[in-house]
Design a protein around this ligand. Structure first.
Ligand code: FES
Ligand code: FES
Length: 172
């Protein structure tokens, strides 16, 4: 008796527990998938954008255990049990995060495609340093590309948030 191989063998899936935006999710996904793919395709969190998928543009940035990570370069399998924060979780119960508000006020989000990555990276920078210099901001955000040449507005918006958190006007 001859058996015919299926043209496309069934894709193996793995089951893992992710902690995303403060909630526990059990998710089944193909083991070759990147974190970016798992977030967008298996968890339906499409706020994380895919751009180059080569680690060069920063649009896919999320926070893993509080650190900015390029989710296109990390396997979903590496995130088992780790804390992941995406743009969908940035606003709190009281409304938009101050960085989101200032990005809107300063016109720092132009096409917006890069914005989730910038916001999450900026959030991590301010958690670590409440008064980053312009040079430090530029360095920390150098992995996030904006093709709309909006860097000045982005820096100003972040500096304003930092200043207000410190109870100062920006530039003091
Ligand atoms: S999509 Fe990840 S760095 Fe560009
Ligand atoms: S606002 Fe960043 S690429 Fe346009």
């Amino acid at each position: 008796m001859s058996t015919t191989k299926p043209a496309h063998p069934p894709t193996r899936t793995v089951h893992r527990v992710f902690y995303v935006n403060g909630e526990e999710h059990e998710v089944a996904f193909a083991p070759h998938k990147t974190l970016l793919e798992v977030l967008r395709e298996d968890l339906g969190l499409t706020g994380t954008k895919h751009g180059c998928e080569l680690g060069e543009c920063g649009t896919c940035t999320v926070l893993v255990d509080g650190e900015p990570i390029l989710s296109c370069l990390m396997l979903g399998l590496e995130c088992d049990g780790r804390r992941i924060d995406t743009i969908e979780g940035m606003a709190g119960e009281s409304g938009a995060h101050p960085l989101q508000t200032k990005f809107a006020e300063f016109g720092a989000a132009q096409c917006g495609y890069c914005t989730p990555g910038f916001l999450l990276t900026a959030q991590a920078v301010l958690e670590e340093d409440p008064a980053p210099s312009r040079e430090k901001l530029a360095e920390e955000l150098s992995g996030n590309l904006c093709r709309c040449t909006g860097y000045l507005k982005i820096f100003e918006a972040i500096e304003q948030v930092a200043a207000e958190k410190r109870g100062e006007a920006a530039g003091e």
